[in-house]
Design a protein around this ligand. Structure first.
Ligand code: PLP
Length: 352
């Protein structure tokens, strides 16, 4: 931010246009995303409310707590929800998604791209491909994935994408976005049950079409957060999205190398499905790893995963060599182990 407090000066059309274009480039879409005046969870709930209807069958993939919550919101809207669930130390196999689509003939499919809580990442591109082959509307909760993993909205043809800035993008948590394809807008518009005149109404936030400049700034956009998001996304562009993603990949690989030297294992069972946002560490009865409060970026498991894993939150500004080194040293200290070798392994894998 500049030195001056500008929260009382309304967002200009040009700032709004800049923000929309930054978001479009981030997501590789030519369609202007909807800017959500709140935390990412609001956009996700709005998508669920907007697509759910008693006449619709929706396959909802559950690989962590956010997927469960999405399913509950779909059910509230009256849809028949087919839950495809796996244990939280796995991600969903594409074959399982394909089998559910064949069996239930849904009109839409929803999933979470990267699970910060479980440390797993679903095979997003393959899931979307199979869903598109069956002409389904696709919904991806990419709140944490964006900036940590590739996501090509138009090329992959994903219809709804929830985006947050507070994870890999190191941005504010008071504003977020939902990218919606033309097919997605039709799916909302053809739903008599989609909210109107409500904080959950995406239809009321529909931006002007592709290529046309916005005519006014939606009055509900939080000004300070919008300006903070412009700064965060500008920083991402100047580092380069590919480099930001690579930094997250390095963080995950080096964190895993470090914990393995300490004699620990990742919580995720399959080494091809680790998320780049968090590394989750299996506690496996190791009493010394039971913590109640986060220590730096080392945090206890959430909800039902409390006591089963530790999370290393190496995303955003903490997707750095120093961030991972400190986290691995913290875990070594919990185990009363010397951290030298583990930290050395972190550096080696990071490439220094
Ligand atoms: C962080 C996150 C959200 C948003 O949750 P907040 O409570 O807004 O932080 C939603 N989905 C996923 C997959 C997330 O990682």
């Amino acid at each position: 931010m500049s030195q001056q407090y500008k929260g009382n000066i309304p967002l200009t059309l040009s700032e709004y246009d800049t923000l929309t274009q930054l978001l479009s480039r981030l997501l590789s879409t030519k369609y202007p995303p909807v800017i959500i005046p709140g935390e990412a969870i609001l956009g996700i709930e709005a998508v669920a409310a907007g697509i759910s209807a008693p006449s619709r069958t929706i396959v909802n993939v559950v690989t962590g707590p956010y997927g469960s919550l999405f399913g509950q919101w779909l059910e509230r809207g009256g849809a028949t929800v087919i839950e495809v669930k796996v244990p939280f130390d796995e991600v969903v196999p594409v074959e399982k998604v394909a089998a559910a689509i064949e069996k239930y003939q849904p009109s839409a499919l929803s999933f979470v791209q990267a699970e910060v809580v479980t440390g797993g990442s679903n095979p997003a591109e393959e899931i979307i491909k199979i869903a598109r082959a069956h002409n389904l509307i696709t919904v991806s909760d990419s709140v944490s994935a964006i900036g940590g993993e590739p996501l090509l909205v138009d090329e992959w043809g994903v219809d709804f994408v929830a985006v947050g800035a507070q994870k890999a993008l190191a941005g504010p948590n008071g504003i977020s976005a939902v990218s919606i394809s033309p097919r997605g807008w039709e799916f909302l518009e053809s739903n008599a049950h989609a909210p109107r005149n409500s904080i959950l109404s995406l239809l009321d936030l529909k931006p002007s079409g592709e290529g046309t400049a916005p005519v006014r700034v939606p009055p509900n956009i939080p000004t300070l957060e919008a300006r903070a998001l412009i700064l965060a996304l500008t920083a991402i562009e100047s580092e380069g999205l590919e480099q930001v993603i690579k930094r997250h990949e390095q963080a995950a690989l080096s964190a895993i190398a470090g914990i393995q030297v300490l004699g620990l294992e990742p919580w995720q069972k399959d080494n091809r499905t680790y998320s780049t946002l968090t590394t989750t560490v299996r506690i496996a009865g190791e009493e010394k790893l039971h913590i109640d409060q986060p220590i730096g970026i080392v945090a206890p498991g959430d909800g039902e995963l409390f006591g089963q894993l530790l999370r290393i939150n190496h995303f955003g500004g903490n997707a750095s060599l120093a961030g991972v080194e400190e986290a691995v040293a913290t875990i070594a200290a919990l185990l009363n182990q010397d951290h030298e070798q583990a930290v050395e392994a972190v550096r080696l894998v990071w490439g220094e």
